[in-house]
Design a binder for this molecule. Structure first.
Ligand code: MYA
Length: 584
């Protein structure tokens, strides 16, 4: 049930497959991002009810320190949360779920992130990625068979992609499924770092498989109890101690044909599509956790007095709190704009979800450190939540696509359509990361046609200056992207210093668009005068983001990348830091 108000213009926007990829072409498809997407009132009501029930339940039954000690959130907690609907948030009502949109799902998930990182991960592994594949790609029979138990919490789900030789390079999975004469698949292999590992009864597992004579991937639904499926040892982790993280072994596991998810051969695409959704969850989960930290920090700095005044009155405290509020507003806007794209049926939101993941997880790390800093010496004590939060969230920039890999994916994914346009040929290239360089070979001299980029127009004078600046950045994005393709040709695939500049700039541009869309809608609803605070935030977020973007674009030409690489290579050669001080 898609329950957001997707306007006709937004649906018309589906003619373009990706908002962010279009920015690389200098096009701003603002019908996709304006007006700001909001859930319908009846869904908002439902979201409120679920969040209240969640908070009430956790207040009474969830003790995060006990979860750390016992190293599991508790089967009773899973059952209880299942009973109040938290385990089947986006599952259609006909299968026993709540039928929420992506926006609704993410909003409830944010509230889970506000309560505890471990709980968010256990529930996220279950529904953000564990059974997401069944809900998107499952046949009606598979949905009927699995979703009711999963949505109610009678069964838990897991997602098994990562292997010893396939972490960031997920394409390289070595597990193999071989088709048998009866149509079943014989699965062999090993997975690692699998959340809910011993608890899950339904697992989405990815393997290589020969399909029509080609080496492809397959997605299989493995069920606990299948012969040859063994749960291995548990990892001793730094944080998220209540997450049951395991190795899994598959030894001649016979998976029946009716447990193949989607089409054989489509496994990698299925995995990536699931992760696109999972990455949004990590973005909004980070929003929730950051809100928890910020609220605590605001209480503390108002309460604590030093040098005869509250901490809150010191300028450097205001600098930190003000910046956290402003950036959180930007991050939240970016995440929920992405949810809106999903709910409007935009087919490709892969770059947006990767940006939510990268921006969310890095902001959360910053916010947790700053909040702890502002708590002073007391913040270092285990009686305060910071040490646990820091341990829990440290993995976020690493899993669900390491942030450096996501940056490469964002930059190359965006450069690919531009490369195609410049080449004038629609090339059948399979991927942005491995083969985009081939495109650049086709890029000849100066581009023939004059490119007139679109301008972003928001209907309020107060926001127009920012919209103009964003439009200029989009033009520059196209220009610098074009010159990078010309300069590096195939080498763009490995030009990671430049990829990072492009990816981070895109995130800042997208963040500004999201903030402008949201604040314009607040102006519409409340009037400009009444919305002074949001205007202030829009001013600060957009000005700072624009400064970062322009700084990075300048660095594309003027940088010390080569020096940095040389220093690193010399260090590799020395085999140690090795610069002599007086005692050597
Ligand atoms: S789960 C495991 C996480 N693992 C990963 O995320 C793996 C990271 N690696 C990748 O994503 C890929 O390998 C990359 C692709 C991006 C590097 N959407 O040749 P390719 C298409 C749609 O470029 P590669 C975990 O950690 C591509 O266009 N399509 O592939 C648990 C091409 O298609 P075509 C995509 O060079 C965490 C084809 O695939 C996408 O290998 C638990 C081949 O692509 C995409 N994204 O590089 C978290 N990517 O052939 C719980 C590629 O048609 C979450 N393609 O052109 C819960 C949240 C809780 C929050 C709590 C907060 C408090």
């Amino acid at each position: 049930m898609a329950v957001t108000d997707a306007t006709e213009e937004q649906q018309a926007g589906q003619a373009v497959s990706s908002f962010s990829k279009s920015l690389f072409l200098g096009e701003i498809h603002q019908e996709m991002v304006l007006p700001w997407p909001k859930p319908k009132p009846d869904e908002q009501e439902r979201i409120r009810g679920l969040i209240n029930a969640l908070r009430g339940f956790c207040e009474e039954h969830y003790d995060q320190r006990k979860v750390e000690e016992e190293r599991w959130v508790g089967d009773d907690v899973i059952r209880g949360l299942g009973e109040i609907g938290i385990l089947g948030l986006y599952v259609p009502e006909e299968y026993g779920g709540q039928g929420l949109s992506q926006t609704g799902y993410s909003r409830v998930f944010e509230a889970i992130g506000q309560i505890d990182g471990t709980l968010a991960i256990v529930l996220g592994v279950h529904q953000s990625i564990g059974y997401k594949g069944i809900s998107i790609f499952g046949s009606p029979e598979q949905k009927e068979r699995f979703l009711p138990d999963l949505a109610s919490g009678r069964k838990l789900a897991a997602f098994a992609l990562t292997e010893p030789q396939a972490g960031s390079d997920a394409y390289n999975v070595q597990s193999r499924a071989v088709k048998q004469s009866d149509g079943s698949w014989l699965l062999n292999g090993e997975k690692r770092y699998i959340g809910n590992g011993s608890k899950a009864e339904v697992l989405t597992v990815f393997a290589r498989a020969e399909v029509d004579g080609k080496d492809r991937h397959i997605a299989l639904i493995v069920e606990k109890g299948m012969k040859g499926f063994e749960v291995g040892e548990r990892y001793d982790t730094m944080g998220l101690r209540g997450n049951d993280l395991r190795r899994l072994y598959f030894k001649d596991v016979r998976v029946p044909a009716e447990n193949v998810l989607g089409e054989p051969g489509e496994g990698f695409r299925i995995a990536m599509q699931i992760l696109n959704n999972g990455r949004i969850g990590l973005g909004t989960g980070s929003v929730g956790a950051a809100k928890f930290l910020l609220d605590r920090t605001i209480d503390h700095v108002k309460d604590r007095h030093q040098f005869g005044q509250p901490l809150a009155d010191f300028e450097l405290v205001q600098d930190k709190v003000g910046w956290m509020v402003s950036y959180l507003f930007g991050l939240e806007s970016m995440c929920y704009l992405t949810c809106g794209l999903v709910d409007a049926g935009v087919p490709d939101y892969s770059l947006e979800s990767a940006m939510c993941k990268v921006s969310g997880t890095e902001f959360l790390w910053y916010a947790a450190n700053r909040s702890m800093q502002l708590r002073g010496g007391e913040g270092y004590m285990r009686t305060e939540p910071y040490e646990k939060v820091l341990r829990d969230i440290r993995i976020f920039p690493i899993f669900e696509g390491a942030n450096d890999v996501m940056r490469a994916f964002i930059a190359l994914g965006g450069l690919k359509p531009l490369g195609e346009e410049l080449s004038g040929v629609k090339l059948e290239l399979s991927d942005p990361i491995r083969t985009i360089g081939v495109l650049a070979d086709y890029v000849g001299g100066r581009i023939q046609r004059e490119v007139r980029p679109d301008r972003l127009s928001v209907g309020h004078d107060e926001l127009k200056k920012h919209a103009e600046v964003v439009s200029d950045q989009v033009k520059r994005l196209r220009d610098v992207s074009e010159s990078l393709l010309r300069k590096h040709k195939k080498g763009i695939v490995t030009a990671q210093f430049q990829q990072k500049r492009i990816a981070d700039s895109l995130a800042d541009i997208y963040g500004q668009v999201a903030v402008l869309s949201r604040v314009a809608s607040i102006f519409d609803d409340q009037g400009v005068e009444a919305s002074g605070q949001e205007r202030l935030i829009a001013d600060s977020f957009c000005s700072r983001a624009a400064e970062r973007v322009n700084g990075r674009f300048d660095q594309i030409e003027h940088n010390d990348d080569e020096r940095m690489s040389s220093i690193a290579k010399l260090a590799y050669k020395r085999g140690e830091y090795g610069y002599a001080l007086f005692e050597n």
